[in-house]
Design a protein around this ligand. Structure first.
Ligand SMILES: *Cc1c(COP(=O)(O)O)cnc(C)c1O
Length: 486
């Protein structure tokens, strides 16, 4: 399998280069040129790492089989508490795919546990020496997942930049207590955009690149537009389906729907690839919070990012420009020219319009809806009261949108659950009508006591941990070598 660029189809690259480079030359995203069909019968009875191998070997043909098998087994058998791909029946035809049993209690672990190992292997295969320095701007979840994934991976170092005061206290503690010789964490004065701009400035600074090169350091990104972040997410769509077949909830070959709480369009795009690979998916439901750019786009064909960004209780979905959508545009039209034009429109005017024919093709596969803050609270409360199922605000958005669209009636529905409710105790407690203790650990204890559920040990274990990283820097500092060269 070769990869091309969404903005230039003369590009043709193999998987190790794609993983290492992250972004295609000229600013496009790498996309596979055609995907392989997966034989569902052959997946019967396979474990999570075994299914992961069947899927990922098609995307990574240059990687040695024994390397992939070993790494996937270690990743998903040893780092997800025995619950990789955990599927829980909520009620009737509705199931929750709990993707938060990994080390950081959010779904980004699924990609970020394996991607650093793929990147290190790509360095070996391509004979790259020196250090690959990963820079990450984060609004919360990605930073910790990247730290956990890259800590201790040979030939790599990771530096994470979060908006000081802009993350939840638990998210901050998760990051600043990170252990490892190749990790660094900085608070940045300003908001997430300031941190992201600082990282972008570092990537485009030639003086910085030269200075780092003199020390054998090359900059790279672990951003969700890297193919290595997307491909591992295809796997859990398949394992969910196979589990429903096993339990008799669906007959092999019959379609099911997925509802995905969406921000950067990476997770749901992985579902699209799963469908392309032959997984019987009826609809992919794209659920947004009040930042409903994608809802409008899927329903009208016009992408309009010229609007206010709302800060909601589902912060990982507070996004106006969903980068991975570019992949869908390319695959739907097959035209890098069209994609180029739309991305230029977006950059210059903040909006683009794909027209009725393209919109109709997209709406064939995707349904879209959004929901507001009040409804998210209601959903958390009614879901818990009616079924005993406890959900975080991101996942609650998806449950509510699915319900509003009438999903889960005729066909089985899998709601992709992206974070542990204990990562967002404040919103969950107040939705349940409880007072919210100011101290994060007291809040966790209160939520445990009220619901009878147990918080992930990775969160309660943060209490009393050494805080290694207390530096706060200005965004302009990110593009200076001071922060990297030791
Ligand atoms: C990142 C994230 C999302 C959004 O996923 P995308 O791939 O960006 O669409 C949803 N929920 C949680 C908890 C996340 O961390």
């Amino acid at each position: 399998m070769k990869y091309t660029s969404t903005r230039n189809d003369t590009v043709s690259e193999k998987s190790p280069q794609v993983i290492l480079k992250g972004l295609a030359p000229g600013g496009g995203l790498f996309v596979p040129q055609g995907v392989e069909k997966i034989d569902l019968q052959a997946l019967r009875g396979k474990t999570y790492p075994e299914v992961a191998y069947e899927i990922l070997k098609t995307f990574l043909p240059e990687y040695p089989a024994d390397f992939l098998q070993e790494q996937l087994a270690d990743c998903y058998d040893n780092h997800f508490g025995g619950k990789a791909g955990e599927l829980v029946k909520v009620e009737g035809n509705v199931h929750a795919l709990e993707l938060w049993h990994g080390p950081t209690a959010a779904f980004k672990d699924y990609a970020l546990q394996i991607m650093p190992r793929l990147l290190a292997k790509a360095r070996d295969m391509l004979g790259q020496t020196g250090v690959t320095q990963i820079l990450v701007a984060t609004s919360g979840d990605t930073g910790k997942a990247a730290l956990e994934g890259f800590a201790g991976v040979p030939g790599t170092a990771v530096a994470v930049f979060y908006p000081a005061g802009g993350t939840s206290e638990i998210q901050r503690l998760q990051m600043v207590t990170q252990e490892g010789d190749n990790v660094a964490v900085y608070g940045v004065t300003g908001n997430f955009d300031d941190a992201q701009k600082g990282v972008k400035a570092a990537f485009s600074s030639e003086p910085l690149a030269e200075e780092l090169a003199a020390h054998g350091i090359t900059l790279s990104s672990a951003n969700s537009i890297n193919w290595g972040r997307l491909a591992p997410q295809v796997v859990y769509y398949f394992t969910s389906y196979m589990k429903l077949c096993e339990s008799g909830a669906v007959k092999l070959g019959d379609p099911i729907d997925f509802c995905v709480p969406t921000g950067n369009f990476g997770d749901i795009m992985a579902g699209w690839y799963a469908k392309e690979m032959g997984l019987p998916i009826g609809k992919l439901i794209c659920a947004s919070n009040k930042n409903n750019v994608l809802t409008d786009f899927i329903n009208t064909g016009r992408y309009n990012a010229k609007r206010e960004l709302y800060l909601t209780s589902s912060p990982s979905m507070d996004i106006l420009v969903s980068s991975n959508l570019e992949r869908l545009l390319y695959h739907t039209t097959g035209s890098s020219e069209d994609v180029n034009r739309w991305m230029k429109d977006l950059a210059e005017t903040g909006a683009y319009d794909v027209g009725g024919a393209v919109q109709a093709k997209i709406a064939d596969v995707f349904l879209a809806g959004w929901t507001g803050e009040e409804q998210v609270g209601e959903e958390i409360a009614t879901m818990f009261q009616a079924t005993g199922y406890l959900t975080d605000p991101h996942t609650a958005v998806a449950f509510r949108v699915a319900k509003d669209l009438g999903a889960g009636k005729e066909r089985p529905l899998v709601v992709v659950s992206t974070a542990s409710p204990f990562k967002f105790c404040g919103k969950v407690l107040s939705a349940l009508g409880q007072t919210v203790p100011a101290d994060e650990f007291a809040a966790i204890a209160a939520l445990e006591a009220f619901t009878g559920k147990t918080a992930p040990a990775s969160l309660t274990g943060l209490r009393g941990k050494t805080k290694y990283f207390t530096n706060v820097v200005g965004p302009e500092m990110i593009a200076t070598s001071k922060l990297y060269v030791k």
